[in-house]
Design a protein around this ligand. Structure first.
Ligand SMILES: [Zn+2]
Length: 76
């Protein structure tokens, strides 16, 4: 599995009107069991289906540990 790039959270990457676009964590909406959600998006990334998702610090840590996304700041 190749880790996908991660980017500092950017509302412009997300569909207007979604949680992600308004600065909330969309990862935990889809994966509520992935630890406690801080609610505040710090990272933007594409999921395995190519959809833009946002993640809080907990989501970022979980996904990096699983090798799903790169640590923030190490992408292109
Ligand atoms: Zn979260």
């Amino acid at each position: 599995m190749t880790a996908r790039p991660s980017y500092p959270h950017d509302p412009d990457l997300h569909v207007p009107g979604t949680s992600a676009a308004s600065g909330r964590c969309s990862h935990h909406e889809d994966h509520p069991d992935d630890g406690p959600c801080t609610g505040e998006a710090v990272v933007s990334f594409q999921d395995s289906a190519g959809r833009w998702q946002s993640g809080c610090t907990t989501a970022l840590q979980e996904l990096v540990e699983r090798g799903e996304i790169e640590p923030l700041g190490q992408g292109a």
